[in-house]
Design a protein around this ligand. Structure first.
Ligand SMILES: NC(=O)c1ccc[n+]([C@@H]2O[C@H](COP(=O)([O-])OP(=O)(O)OC[C@H]3O[C@@H](n4cnc5c(N)ncnc54)[C@H](O)[C@@H]3O)[C@@H](O)[C@H]2O)c1
Length: 250
């Protein structure tokens, strides 16, 4: 049997990168997938790809930092699919602006898209999961949510907050059979990182930090997200899963 047969999954930031690959994999594994992103044309392309492959999916234009957008997207999902089993809070942005040059506006933008979004998404979805007898929430953090790398502090702070909100959620909602886990990607080739990774010096530095001799792919992350979304991980909650080619093994 497919690993997500009969489940309904919302994936944010599903127009590109990891969210897109998560959505394609979830659909292949039998889930009805709700893809959301601010890039609606790209989301619609992924929805069409899923349908062409025989899967079931709908797409929404959805800004994860807007409470209004969460409410309307979740209401529409409930109308169309009747329940929500899985929420993947994947949408996020990074910034290369050094800490001392970051404006308050930039700090607040990063916080609203990377962590306030998780607060809003969980508040919108958890009541439906409770009514449904449980659910699985996967919040995408980063290796930057586990250790202080150099560079923009707002990103690191936001991803650290994702990690701890996930643990608080795991404790608070375990009695409702709702699990919450965070995933911590290492250096993964996606549209977010490709400019940096095309720079040969940066690529070399990323590789020098990663024991496995390659950069990560969105597929590497998707297989971990799938495991945490599926019932195979039904006794796992509140954990942080680095998918980092061994970065943290050093
Ligand atoms: N690529 C990496 O190396 C890496 C490493 C660690 C963590 N991450 C995290 O993984 C997640 C996915 O990143 P990715 O590499 O696939 O990046 P990506 O840029 O390819 O995808 C992110 C998606 O989020 C969407 N998005 C941005 N702002 C949004 C908003 N306000 N509302 C809704 N959608 C919005 C974008 O349109 C895009 O489709 C992010 O949370 C990122 O921080 C990435």
């Amino acid at each position: 049997m497919a690993r997500l047969e009969g489940k309904v999954a919302i994936i944010t930031g599903a127009a590109s990168g990891m969210g897109k690959v998560d959505a394609l994999l979830f659909a292949k594994e039998g889930a009805k997938v709700v893809l959301t992103d601010i890039q609606i044309e790209k989301v619609n392309e992924v929805v069409a790809e899923i349908k062409n492959n025989g899967g079931e999916a709908i797409g929404f234009r959805h800004d994860v930092s807007s409470q209004e957008d969460w409410t309307s997207m979740v209401d529409e999902t409930m109308k169309q699919y009747g329940k929500i089993d899985i929420l993947v809070n994947n949408a996020g942005i990074s910034s290369e602006v050094p800490f001392m040059e970051s404006s308050l506006e930039l700090w607040e933008k990063i916080m609203s898209i990377n962590i306030t979004s998780v607060f809003l998404g969980q508040q919108a979805v958890i009541p439906h999961m409770i009514n449904n007898g449980g659910g699985s929430i996967i919040n995408i953090s980063s290796i930057a949510g586990l250790t202080g790398g150099s560079g923009a502090g707002a990103y690191t702070a936001s991803k650290g907050a994702v990690r701890m909100l996930t643990k608080a959620t795991a404790v608070d909602f375990a009695k409702h059979n709702i699990r919450a886990n965070s995933v911590h990607p290492g250096f993964i080739k996606t549209p977010m990182s490709e400019k940096l990774m095309e720079n040969p010096d940066m690529k070399q530095w990323f590789l020098s930090q990663t024991p496995l001799p390659r950069l990560g792919l969105a597929e590497d992350i998707a297989s971990g997200v799938l495991f945490l979304a599926s019932d195979e991980s039904s006794y796992i909650t509140g954990v942080e899963l680095p998918i980092d080619g061994g970065y943290f093994a050093k």
